[in-house]
Design a binder for this molecule. Structure first.
Ligand code: HEM
Length: 187
């Protein structure tokens, strides 16, 4: 199964990197090319997500769960892979449901930021996968420099988790409030 996983991961990696470039192009340009590329974004993100889910499922079959879940590096790879897949799924849903509105005003820069963050998550997932097979890169050194040793299980302190929960609720509230404000007729 290892060989299949290694072959399959190249699809989501290439497709999500392409999607990142497409989003950046559309964020910076209203030109014809950018508009054409944007029309392909939902299908592109959909195919990328499907290939990501397949790579994920096959990844679960490479080593016995007891092995991958008992090593910090293995746990980190699974954790980051879950974040990456969930994150890009949300980006797809956002572009799908919001349509062209995501390119209006500051939203386009938020999209650019989200795409860059998505590629960072993807890059870390791939880096950790590489570490599992003994291929080391400077990315791990960069993460170490930022305060995370990739050979130790990544964890979030309870206080940080609580802060994230509160911020999430605030953002949802803000979104609902904003929607109501824009739906009500202006005076
Ligand atoms: C979309 C999600 C994923 C991506 C992008 C990804 C990416 C990678 C990459 C780039 C490698 C190194 C391949 C190489 O250069 O030889 C790798 C290896 C590995 N991955 Fe993943 N991975 C994902 C999900 C998972 C999941 C969910 C698991 C397990 C639960 C997993 C388990 C493994 C294992 C065990 C290896 C080492 C394979 C070996 O022993 O040859 N991966 N992965």
């Amino acid at each position: 199964m290892a060989a299949y996983h290694i072959v399959l991961v190249h699809f989501p990696i290439a497709l999500w990197m392409t999607a990142t470039m497409a989003i950046l192009l559309r964020a910076f340009s209203d030109g014809e090319l950018a508009q054409a590329v944007d029309r392909a974004l939902v299908p592109l993100l959909t195919v990328a997500l499907i290939s990501g889910l397949v790579a994920f499922a096959v990844g679960l079959m490479v080593w016995p769960w007891e092995s991958i879940s008992s090593t910090p590096l293995g746990r980190n790879h699974v954790l980051l892979a879950s974040w990456t897949v969930a994150y890009w799924a949300l980006l797809l849903v956002t572009r799908w449901l919001r349509g062209q509105a995501v390119w209006v005003g500051t939203s386009r820069w938020i999209m650019a930021g989200l795409a860059l963050l998505g590629s960072v998550l993807l890059g870390i997932t791939g880096t950790l996968g590489g570490h599992l097979v003994g291929i080391y890169t400077e990315v791990a050194n960069a993460l170490r420099w930022l305060g995370w040793e990739v050979f130790t299980t990544f964890y979030i302190p309870h206080a940080t988790l609580a802060a994230i929960g509160v911020i999430t609720l605030l953002l949802v509230g803000l979104g609902l409030w904003g929607r109501r404000a824009s739906a009500s007729p202006s005076a």
